[in-house]
Ligand binder design. Structure first.
Ligand SMILES: [Ca+2]
Length: 193
């Protein structure tokens, strides 16, 4: 037992003691047009994210309810968009990936769908029903999954819309990645790579 605790202590010291998240982003940068939204297209950088397919809408303050800060993201611009970022992690530690999910309530389809990929593999598919939701009552739900990367020190995190028809897509906010040494994680990793 002492040996195990010693080992864990060594790993813990490699991460910032005060940090609870190794990654946190709620689409607050760059600043989007207040009361409106800005289009970002494939290949463009949007803060820490790169748009990897078609386009997305970065939603400005006051356009609709956010779950964190004042801005959020519609994964559909005119088409089904996707965004990606790369996060440094420690191999063989479990991480909890979480995000807040809603859907653009301005138009159908009623069910907005998409998926989260980790290093190119689907880690979680998601769906959100906009029935009864509005710009001022987005109805965000908190989603999460656990991940264990056995060799890679990079967690390439990608969100991709599969909403059909495209144009009014899944809404994301408050994306976080936390080390399970710093938060209590329940369950088994959804993905082991
Ligand atoms: Ca936000």
């Amino acid at each position: 037992m002492a040996a195990v605790l010693s080992g864990l202590g060594g790993v813990t010291s490699a991460t910032p003691a005060a940090a609870t998240a190794v990654f946190q982003n709620g689409f607050e940068n760059p600043t989007a047009t207040v009361g409106s939204f800005d289009l970002y297209s494939a290949g463009q950088q949007m803060g820490v994210w790169t748009v990897t397919r078609d386009d997305v809408h970065l939603i400005g303050a006051g356009f609709w309810q956010s779950s964190e800060g004042v801005q959020s993201l519609d994964l559909d611009g005119g088409l089904n968009g996707a965004i990606k970022t790369s996060i440094n992690i420690t191999p063989l530690l479990s991480y909890k990936v979480s995000y807040d999910l809603a859907g653009n309530p301005a138009s159908g389809p009623t069910i907005k769908t998409g998926k989260v990929l980790v290093n190119g593999n689907v880690a979680q598919s998601f769906a959100f029903d906009i029935t009864g939701k509005s710009l001022s009552n987005m109805g965000y739900v908190h989603k999460s999954f656990l991940i264990l990367l056995t060799t890679s020190s990079k967690l390439n995190l990608e969100f991709s819309s599969t909403t059909n028809p495209a144009g009014f897509g899944p809404v994301l906010d408050n994306v976080r990645v936390e080390s399970c040494l710093l938060v209590l994680c329940h369950g088994q990793p959804a993905v082991r790579l």
